[in-house]
Ligand binder design. Structure first.
Ligand SMILES: [Zn+2]
Length: 216
């Protein structure tokens, strides 16, 4: 039942279409039927996209992109950060399933980004484990804080959320020779998107390929 793997553009188009349905409160028959094909999926998987998203209860990638069982390889962690286990998970999917699209999905009103902004403005005691998340978000949003920090944390949220997505893309590339090589030579694309909790719309705003970014 498995067809050939989608290329990055085809995968992106399928996500955009699915998100349009989600915005319109429509669920595709295909996504629903995938539940009935559970036994087929048990034998093998071929997810057409990898999504590195936030753990926020309102940001489940399968819902947001209206996809079914076996469609998406999803990694969720507070603040959609790229710590080694996330990088390894993505490498695994790209290698095992020849998946050609990786989406780093940030979202509006992200609690992890808000907590990091608050911590940068007024450092407070947190557990080492929470600190590990804040420490990965803080460097990426520092330039935003320098620019709009005088307006308070809320004014910084929208640009900080996007800066955090861009920082995660940068960190994926910096930490993984495998992903960099796949991007430059293997048809892989790593893109960044911002999901608006209220409207449901996903804006793919960070689309620059690696080669372009390396020279900027
Ligand atoms: Zn979040």
């Amino acid at each position: 039942m498995q067809g050939p793997q989608l290329d990055a553009d085809q995968a992106l188009a399928r996500l955009r279409e699915g998100n349009r349905r989600f915005v319109d409160h429509v669920v595709s028959l295909e996504a629903l039927l995938s539940h009935a094909r559970r036994e087929d999926h048990a034998r093998a998987q071929r997810p057409f996209a990898v999504v590195l998203g936030c753990s926020d209860s309102r940001a489940p990638a399968e819902f947001v992109f209206d996809q079914g069982l076996g469609d998406l390889f999803v990694i969720r962690v507070a603040g959609n950060i790229a710590a080694p286990s996330q990088v390894g998970s993505i490498e695994f999917a790209v290698e095992q399933f020849q998946t050609k699209l990786v989406v780093v999905l940030g979202h509006s009103n992200c609690g992890a980004v808000r907590a990091t902004l608050a911590h940068c403005m007024a450092p407070a005691e947190t557990s080492p484990a929470l600190h590990a998340i804040v420490d990965r978000i803080a460097p990426g949003i520092a330039p935003v804080l320098a620019e709009c920090g005088s307006g308070g944390a809320e004014a910084c949220m929208p640009p900080a959320i996007r800066a955090n997505v861009r920082a995660t893309i940068h960190n994926l590339r910096a930490q993984s020779d495998y992903l960099r090589y796949a991007e430059l030579q293997g048809g892989l694309r790593i893109v960044g998107a911002d999901y608006d909790l209220a409207s449901g719309a996903v804006d793919f705003f960070a689309m620059e390929p690696l080669a372009w970014q390396a020279t900027s």
